[in-house]
Design a protein around this ligand. Structure first.
Ligand code: HEC
Ligand code: HEC
Length: 444
């Protein structure tokens, strides 16, 4: 989706048309290069460097990144930091599953009694180091500039709705969320850290009196988690078959090659327009995402209990978890948009899309190519017909992407891919699995 402006249809009457796509791309690059010199360089990079951490480290942080990452690792795997005593970060982000969910549940359970459901599918934490901070052009302050620029999909950030800009900011969320690790306050987390087996390392790194300042101890724990996720090689191995293929060290099978061609084919699959699969100009390996947000109209998932309330909708960028981009703020075009995830290690998952509606890659791919040709396969049917895009309020369904292939077809038309072609694409997607994950699956 880097190559056109999706929201041209949403521009209000009287506003000038958005600028043509070449300048859109150019503008985005200029922005990235101007505002994010560090992140920009590492955007698709193989380079295991901290993308944006360097600017935000607390002053008190010791100059011992390896020790900090090692401490972060202990915190990441420590279930005593949860109210239930049963879950750590690694419970939901399991290293043997590319730091993704270990099971096929649409959403995981947490909370003090381990009976509270999450709201969204667990993403893989592999390759999070390359994420850029959230950027939404609507927030350009000058209204004249905004008019001249037109409206584009937002990019970047962490979480399905991009609501966190840094990994340390993000790490606070699961520690305190009532349906995840469910601590009542940062002080409670600090008290648990003080009792943890690695408390001595904490004191060694941050001073003997670190626990006298719970807010500081908490902030250092978040920084340690961030350092672990950024620096530990297990988060960015770049050793999939596809990486080897890009480096000329492996050949794709005929089937994988056919799948890749379908994935790239702009008229049929068009997947690579959002899930970028080419090397960067500097030779860096692709992450199979463009960091943008889109509404794909994934069907409502009855496995999520909150959905039994017909008035509840997870609308991604416009809430309920993210509150700064809401429709009330004059940006209804953001409702229903979710982040384009990386497809690295996607074949190892048991749950797909933000609401975990699909449980096999085959179904997820069938949805892409038959969403519009066979809508009755996916959506409820009422007396007045099929209710497409039923997981969004009626007035927000116009935000769903109907202009990017293969999402442009009409009911009854031929789907973009046959079932056999879907199998070819699955074969290609399997080449995106890192080596350790492939062997873990084979051993199971
Ligand atoms: C109960 C399950 C659960 C636990 C425990 C958990 N997470 Fe998550 N994690 C999730 C879910 C669900 C999301 C997606 C949240 C969203 O989009 O709102 C997520 C998202 C993330 C992301 C953003 C990834 C991306 O691609 O944008 C990071 C980073 C992350 N978690 C790190 C952690 C860390 C660090 C811990 C421990 C302090 C942790 N998580 C504990 C379920 C969990
Ligand atoms: C217009 C941009 C766009 C195009 C084109 C596109 N995708 Fe996606 N893809 C997304 C977004 C956005 C999501 C997440 C949507 C959500 O969860 O609501 C996603 C999610 C996925 C997922 C689920 C991954 C996960 O971890 O849950 C798979 C699999 C996937 N895409 C494969 C494909 C394939 C195959 C194609 C080509 C047929 C394709 N995509 C085309 C934007 C795109």
């Amino acid at each position: 989706m880097l190559f056109h402006s999706k929201f041209s249809k949403d521009v209000s009457p009287g506003m000038p048309h958005p600028t043509p796509r070449s300048s859109t791309v150019h503008r985005k690059l200029v922005f990235l290069l101007a505002a994010l010199p560090v992140a920009g360089l590492y955007l698709y990079g193989r380079v295991p460097a901290p993308a944006y951490a360097a600017q935000t480290l607390p002053a008190a942080e010791p100059l011992a990144p390896a020790a900090l990452a090692a401490l972060g690792k202990q915190i990441f795997f420590d279930p005593s930091l949860s109210a239930s005593g049963h879950i750590s970060c690694a419970t939901c982000h399991n290293p043997a599953h590319a730091y993704g969910p270990p099971n096929g549940l649409a959403v995981q359970l947490g909370g003090p009694g381990m009976d509270r459901q999450g709201m969204r599918a667990v993403p893989s934490l592999r390759y999070v180091l390359n994420r850029t901070p959230f950027y939404n052009q609507n927030y350009v302050a000058d209204p004249i500039e905004r008019l001249r620029e037109g409206v584009e999909p937002p990019t970047g950030g962490l979480g399905w709705d991009g609501r966190f800009n840094t990994l340390r900011e993000q790490a606070a969320f699961p520690l305190l969320a009532a349906n995840e690790m469910a601590n009542a306050s940062p002080q409670e987390v600090a008290a648990k850290l003080q009792r943890a087996p690695y408390a001595a390392e904490f004191r060694k790194l941050f001073g003997a009196h670190i626990f006298a300042d719970p807010a500081k101890a908490y902030a250092q724990a978040l920084a340690a988690l961030e350092r672990f996720e950024l620096d530990d090689p297990s988060f960015h191995p770049y050793n999939s078959k596809y990486d080897d293929y890009l480096d000329g060290k492996a050949q794709l099978s005929d089937r994988e090659r056919r799948g890749l061609a379908l994935f790239d084919d702009a008229k049929r699959g068009n997947c690579a327009s959002c899930h970028i699969d080419r090397k960067g100009a500097d030779g860096s390996h692709p992450l199979l995402t463009d960091y943008e947000f889109e509404a794909l109209g994934v069907p409502r998932n009855p496995e999520i209990r909150a959905n039994s309330d017909p008035g509840y909708y997870d609308m991604g960028l416009c809430g309920p978890l993210r509150t700064d981009q809401a429709a009330q703020a004059g940006q209804p075009q953001n409702c229903g948009l979710f982040k384009t995830p990386t497809l690295r290690n996607v074949a190892t998952r048991g749950v797909f899309f933000h609401n975990g509606h699909f449980h096999s890659l085959r179904e997820a791919l069938r949805f892409y190519v038959r969403r519009d040709t066979d809508p009755r396969l996916w959506y409820p049917v009422s007396a007045s017909g099929v209710i497409k895009f039923d997981d969004l309020p009626e007035d927000k369904r116009r935000n769903v992407d109907v202009i990017d292939e293969p999402l442009t077809r009409t009911e009854g038309a031929a789907p973009a891919w046959s079932d056999a072609e879907i199998e070819d694409v699955i074969a290609f997607l399997k080449t995106l699995s890192d080596r350790d994950v492939v062997s873990a699956i084979e051993a199971r």
